[in-house]
Write a protein that binds this ligand. Structure first.
Ligand SMILES: [Zn+2]
Length: 409
């Protein structure tokens, strides 16, 4: 009914349509879509794709005010050379979810909400046609190492879309199985231990259950559960590491501020996991594909919680700085590494209210949300390195795949 009413021909709508037709005839049309595929042969040996899930531009403002004040320095993510924005709609909705958005990045195609790099149009639980390789799988086929580093379960929608193909994001045991048994992603760090050990009673909607910790060990992974074990595995140059630090999502940054909090000691932070992944993946002379996700910025916005949001955004930004420091270590890295920072969608319709006066560093802004769900607005995209010049403009989320695929050597 709602949709019916919105598409009714009102006088205002007719006038707007007529105006847009006039403007089109007068040549005020948008620039022709940039031809990514015919561009110059920029090549990237390594791609580092960083996702602040559910982060809108006002979240960046809020985090920057808290850290540096209104007049202070930019956040690390703001220092990348190319800035544009992306359309995020999915195959069946104006408002995407993380599954469809990440699948669009990973495959260059629109998917329906809930689908993980798998088209299941007739809803029979099968991927048809047979899914092609994701950008991570293509990197692997080219001999590169691969990594997924997140603060959600490692089987959550965003990492899943790069390393698995399932009709529903809820098939988290099947995703666990595919990550370690089929795709064999080299470094997998985050939460989600619960999805790796299951029995028939808690099989997922794909009817998958089993012990995928044992499967991972059988397939050559060193499985670690604490920060100390992770550091040991990195120190002894383990090639494949599965780190599962919590039963489900990782502990929010906000709860780690208390130094007595046990997770602060036991769990690596997002920047620490990112550093560990880089130290392991950099050993591959062919380069690597690494996804790093600040998964809980989205959750904070679902909760309409500004303190949670700012803490997660700043932790994500610290992970960005780890990546930028790693690149700065060697000139060849800046030449051959494409870095992309892109939210999958905005969550909450977050805005910063006018409360009078000026915020000071350390202030939490007064925020207001329009919803507890995702929104349809375009989201920013920051990038640097080979191919990034194509992303410093208005793009669709599927274009991001095309740029990565075009430059990946
Ligand atoms: Zn969400």
């Amino acid at each position: 009914m709602g949709i019916q009413r919105r598409t009714e021909k009102t006088p205002v709508r007719s006038a707007l349509l007529f105006l847009s037709l006039l403007l089109t005839l007068a040549g005020f049309t948008t620039e022709k879509k940039h031809q990514i595929d015919s561009g110059p042969p920029a090549t990237a040996k390594t791609i580092i794709f960083m996702v602040p899930d559910g982060m809108g531009l006002a979240d960046v403002t809020a985090a920057r005010i808290f850290k540096n004040g209104l007049e202070g320095a930019n956040l690390s993510l703001e220092t990348l050379s190319n800035i544009g924005y992306q359309r995020t709609y999915s195959a069946d909705s104006s408002v995407t979810d993380s599954a469809a958005a990440a699948s669009a990045w990973a495959n260059g195609d629109k998917f329906r909400n809930g689908e993980i790099s798998c088209h299941d149009n007739d809803k029979d639980g099968k991927c048809e046609p047979t899914p092609g390789p994701t950008i991570l799988e293509t990197a692997k086929a080219k001999g590169k190492s691969t990594g997924l580093v997140v603060t959600s379960s490692v089987t959550h929608a965003t990492p899943a879309a790069f390393g698995a193909h399932v009709p529903s994001r809820d098939c988290e045991r099947e995703i666990a199985r595919q990550l370690v048994q089929v795709t064999g992603v080299d470094v997998i760090l985050g939460g989600g231990l619960n999805h790796f050990i299951s029995n028939a009673i808690n099989a997922d909607p794909c009817d998958t259950f089993g012990n995928f910790i044992a499967a991972a060990e059988h397939n050559g992974y060193e499985v670690v559960y604490t920060k100390k074990e992770l550091n040991n595995a990195v120190a002894k140059s383990s090639k494949k590491i599965l780190g599962l630090f919590t039963p489900k999502g990782k502990t929010p940054e906000l709860f780690r501020i208390n130094p007595k909090e046990k997770y602060r000691q036991k769990e690596p932070t997002l920047p620490q996991m990112t550093a560990a992944a880089l130290k392991t993946l950099e050993k591959d002379t062919d380069g690597f594909f690494l996804l790093v996700e600040g998964s809980q910025i989205d959750w904070a916005n679902h909760h309409n919680d500004v303190a949670y949001q700012v803490a997660e955004t700043l932790a994500f930004d610290a992970a960005v700085q780890v990546v930028l420091n790693w690149i700065a270590e060697r000139p060849s890295r800046s030449q051959h590494t494409l870095v992309i920072i892109a939210p999958d969608h905005e969550t909450g319709g977050f805005a910063i209210d006018d409360t009078g006066g000026k915020y000071q560093p350390g202030d939490l802004v007064h925020g207001a949300w329009t919803t507890r769900k995702h929104t349809a607005g375009d989201v920013p995209i920051w990038s640097q390195g080979p191919g990034s010049e194509y992303l410093g403009r208005a793009v669709d989320n599927t274009d991001v795949y095309r740029v990565m695929r075009h430059v990946l050597k």
